[in-house]
Write a protein that binds this ligand. Structure first.
Ligand code: SAM
Length: 176
């Protein structure tokens, strides 16, 4: 769990990356929104952007104003310029995570910000004293394989929908 300040810095960076790629962010979907740092940043700083935040927890929905949705079974019917899915898919088993990634691709018009701890992260990168370890551990290759069906990896957690108009220069993205 990151602080509000860290998420605000990240949200600003991702927003400006979208602008750099000539995408005015008119709609945002925050999946597994939790305490709502991402969606609140958009609601406060970009009031003309349509913001939808969803979570599977009734408690989070009631407290923070999200729609009650399970991303493994809910397929959004419209696409959003930017979709956020930060620190959510580690709570889903393989079947549900695969279904969720399919739904992410149906929801994303241009850019997906995606973050999840992989098996390697759990061994080498996370602070295990402050990380929820009651989760499903999968390799980076597992996630890359699933996401690469419909997205190109740009790096820094950013994935570009293959159907988007965004053109990445060769060295802006990864080799895969
Ligand atoms: C660790 S919190 C992350 C919250 C927020 N994304 C962040 O980065 O601050 C994980 C959130 O994902 C939600 N979540 C877990 N499984 C979900 C699912 N299948 N569909 C939607 N939300 C889910 C949880 O209820 C929780 O609010």
């Amino acid at each position: 769990m990151h602080s509000r300040r860290k998420i605000e810095t990240l949200a600003s960076a991702v927003h400006h990356f979208c602008n750099w790629w000539d995408i005015p962010v008119r709609s945002v979907l925050d999946i597994g929104a939790g305490v709502g740092y991402w969606s609140n940043w958009y609601r406060k700083n970009h009031q003309r952007t349509k913001v939808v935040s969803v979570d599977v927890s009734e408690h989070a929905c009631n407290k923070y104003g999200h729609q009650l949705r399970d991303i493994s079974s809910w397929t959004p019917t419209t696409k959003f310029d930017l979709v956020i899915c930060q620190s959510v898919l580690q709570y889903l088993d393989d079947r549900a995570a695969r279904a969720a990634i399919k739904n992410l691709s149906k929801a994303t018009k241009h850019v997906l910000f995606f973050e999840v701890p992989t098996t390697n992260d759990l061994h080498h990168n996370v602070d295990r004293t402050v990380t929820d370890l009651e989760i499903y551990s999968r390799s980076g290759d597992w996630y890359r394989q699933e996401l690469s069906r419909n997205f190109k990896q740009a790096g820094a957690g950013l994935w570009i929908a293959k159907t988007s108009t965004i053109v990445l220069y060769e060295l802006e993205g990864t080799a895969r």
